[in-house]
Ligand binder design. Sequence first.
Ligand code: GAL
Length: 314
Amino acid sequence: MSPGEKLDPIPDGFILQPPVFHPVVPYVTTIFGGLHAGKMVMLQGVVPLDAHRFQVDFQCGCSLSPRPDIAFHFNPRFHTAKPHVICNALHGGRWQREARWPHLALQKGSSFLILFLFGNEEVKVSVNGQHFLHFRYRLPLSHVDTLGIFGDILVEAVGFLNINPFVEGSREYPAGHPFLLMSPRLEVPCSQALPQGLWPGQVIIVRALVLQEPKHFTLSLRDQASRAPVTLRASFTDRTLAWISPWGQKKLISAPFLFYPQRFFEVLLLCQEGGLKLALNGQGLGATSVNQQALEQLRELRLSGSVQLYCVHS
Ligand code: GAL
């Protein structure tokens, strides 16, 4: 895209806020589009050895004075004999009734991955993949538009994600796959083994940033003979997203073209009987059919093109 060229309007639901790496704390940021059920915030970091406490606040605004309401205050405390977490809401400058959660899974000197999963009535929090607590909203979730991180915490990454649209209503916890910055494992072209092929229920997730002057982004699934029964390609020359058949035939996917330089995107493929469902930035975009035998015989996920990969999970 040349400077000054206009972006096509993209429906809000398709815009995904890029992750932030190593922000300096205190850190306050706008949550683009605010919070709503189905959104997740992922926090990767380390608790310093001398930590007393830190807090993650989901705020209704960002003014310094008056203090904004806080719909969800998540506050691990390490300075007492029994480290614990306090959760609360701040309304009209007043703290409400505190909820206290013992058995804190966070430890001084250790790294962690916390996932905040926002539902209709409550937020669920998992620490290192284990459910830790849930907190019923006392203020409307729709008022939250700001994330604030304060106190004794080293933040490695903050990610903003949508829940997998194909498991909505499911009670299962989404797995928090960490973001990696400049990992040699994620150098492009990137190849990851699929030792068992693909089976119904399996999910592939790719999260990445588009580079400057991009040409294409290609995801292919290959078998032992390096034949690719499934190829997904975003082409920047004609600004299309398409499935490409092993014979080079293009089947366009009807969706806004989301791939712009410096923009973050997420591709999710869910394997189902006889095909793959595709979601882009958390929005379902239909499926492509692939016969089950071909799916089982896949051995490699290959990613290439003008992107910087942050997370590849298969
Ligand atoms: C207060 C503390 C606040 C906040 C609040 C939560 O005692 O000063 O920072 O954590 O508890 O209830």
